[in-house]
Design a protein. Structure first.
Lengths: 251, 303
């Protein structure tokens, strides 16, 4: 099932700069029982009164990040002939989903200083304050989380994923995977020239469970006793039902 | 047909889950095992978070065991009194198990401890059972009447009780201990513990194989129901949508399994169970000894 959520972003203009001032749109992803991933179409335009500046062309970077959470990354090692979890590093904040789409290779459109400042590339989006003293190579743990999540499409780097027309219109499509956590998905748009961010804009896509999904999830948290009893009632009823059916048909 | 699971927060194929539930249900009805030891790893494999798989699996076992036990009641192969004694032990064990589970989860060693115990337990139990039932099959094919050992140290213990359906007069202490141990396993791994329980009932308690299956299912219902409630209220990890998909297959499978089991000889049933136990043991041992696909793993939450 493809669902297009459209974010209209209007970029307008103090006279000299290309600056983002306003964005609007009907933004939201509804997780229903039949949810199977979703495509988010993000597009906008740069309106300016001054002529397009000379020099390097305008580049666009769009990031979408899911709710962050602390995670623990563990590493196994062989001890006494069996594989055991030995080291653990706590990553303070790792987004559950993170996609970066750019209009040209990331290295060409963004320099390191700006990346550090705005935390745009995937490794920068993950925040790890301190690893235990015993762990020498904490970087390997951050790389592991990127590798594992990239494999499951939770982290995506879409170089040349944004198309820009006449340095004015841009659009991209980002695929949200089926295994999606609900929450506010922060969406950022950066305009860059020569690797420098000249303007940025932030909005958010609201990802929410609705209907039955919403009801069950809320109940499991707020009314867990009733939820547990309901699960058991269903189990017993189904067990009895199957037995009754087999009896009726004398199987 | 893809269905999004509200608690597991992942989208899965509904028919795949129905099929898995059905296969595991058949085993459940045949052998008196819950089938969780097979189902839980399969759920991990399709990407269900471990905590959700363990809790939800307990709920599914309630359904397939209930379905199976009804079929056994009709054939009068359930020892209610023995089941109750095992159950009392089982509930105590399940409560202990959840505490142990939460503690180990915080340590990150949950996998290791459980797997090590399992490999040892399963290897020993499966091996002994395989040899015993093979011998029994050889003897019966030669025409000799199979004899079960009637007296061992267990019969010397106090607090004796008469279990009519099983034809036993033994102390209540061994069934209580068996119950506690199985309860702990049930809570930790989300398994009913049937494949530890069944051999223990046959060999330690000396119950007839036919009665063992129904009685095991009877007490598994209560232990797993208790486990489900504990997980639902403390960890919020029971996924009701996942459970429904699994148990629809499971309840029908259990009915079919019971019918297959009744038609088989006791030794044949035992040897098949032994093979299954050994296979699970082999798989777990393989995972521990062979280098994992990725030495890194991610768990939600900090310390």
């Amino acid at each position: 099932m493809l669902r297009y959520i459209i974010a209209f972003i209007m970029l307008a203009l103090p006279a000299t700069a290309e600056e983002v001032v306003l964005g609007l749109g009907k933004v939201g992803v509804a997780i229903t029982t039949s949810f199977d991933g979703s495509d988010v179409l993000i597009f906008g335009a740069v309106k300016r009164e001054a002529p397009i500046p000379e020099g390097d062309p305008l580049e666009v970077i769009i990031t979408v990040s899911g709710p962050s959470e602390a995670v623990t990354v563990r590493r196994k090692e062989k001890r006494f002939g069996i594989w055991v979890n030995v080291d653990a590093v706590e990553i303070d904040e790792a987004p559950s989903f993170y996609a970066v789409a750019t209009s040209a290779p990331l290295r060409d459109v963004l320099n390191d200083v700006e990346d550090l400042r705005y935390k745009i590339s995937v490794p920068r989006a993950i925040r790890s304050v301190g690893a235990p003293m015993a762990v020498q190579d904490a970087g390997a743990f951050t790389q592991a989380i990127i590798r594992i999540r990239t494999k499951s499409d939770a982290y995506q780097l879409l170089e040349n994923g944004v198309s820009v027309d006449a340095q004015t219109l841009f659009q991209t499509s980002i695929q949200l995977p089926a295994a999606l956590t609900e929450g506010e998905y922060k969406t950022r748009i950066f305009l860059t020239r020569s690797g420098k961010v000249i303007s940025n804009y932030e909005t958010s896509i609201d990802v929410r469970k609705i209907g039955l999904e919403r009801w069950l999830f809320t109940m499991s948290r707020e009314n867990s006793l009733l939820y547990g009893l309901m699960s058991l009632a269903i189990a017993i009823a189904a067990g009895w039902g199957a037995s009754a059916i087999f009896r009726v048909f004398r199987l | 047909m893809q269905i999004y699971l509200p608690i597991a927060e992942i989208s899965v194929n509904a028919f795949l889950l129905l099929g898995l539930g059905g296969i595991v249900g058949i085993l459940s009805g045949m052998f008196g095992v819950g089938g969780g030891f097979l189902m839980t790893p399969l759920l991990f494999f399709i990407g269900i978070p471990p905590a959700v798989a363990v809790a939800t699996e307990a709920n599914q076992i309630v359904a397939s065991s209930f379905s199976g036990v009804l079929a056994h009641f009709k054939r009068k192969t359930v020892d209610l009194r023995m089941g109750t004694v095992l159950l009392i032990g089982g509930l105590v064990g399940a409560a202990l198990g959840v505490v142990v589970f939460n503690y180990l989860k915080a340590q990150g060693q949950v996998d290791l401890l459980v797997k090590l115990c399992y490999v040892i337990f399963l290897g020993v139990i499966g091996g002994l059972m395989f040899i015993e039932s093979l011998n029994a099959i050889r003897k019966t094919s030669k025409g000799a009447t199979p004899k079960r050992k009637k007296h061992n140290w267990i019969h010397g213990l106090p607090f004796k009780m008469r279990f009519r359906v099983s034809g036993l007069y033994i102390s209540v202490i061994p069934p209580l201990i068996v119950g506690v141990l199985v309860g702990i396993l049930a809570a930790i791994m989300g398994v009913g513990g049937g494949f530890i329980m069944v051999p223990a009932m046959i060999y330690l308690l000396g119950m007839p194989t036919k009665v063992v299956v129904g009685t095991s299912l009877f007490q598994i219902i209560f232990v797993t129901a208790f486990t489900t409630m504990l997980h639902a209220t403390t960890n919020f990890t029971v996924d009701i949508v996942l459970a429904v998909l699994l148990l629809v297959g499971g309840v029908f499978g259990a009915q079919i399994g019971t019918r297959i089991g009744v038609k088989m000889k006791a030794e044949q049933l035992r040897i098949l169970l032994a093979i299954m136990v050994l296979a699970v043991c082999g798989k777990l041992a393989f995972d521990l000894l062979v280098m994992p696909f990725d030495v890194f793993s991610i768990a939600a939450g900090g310390h």
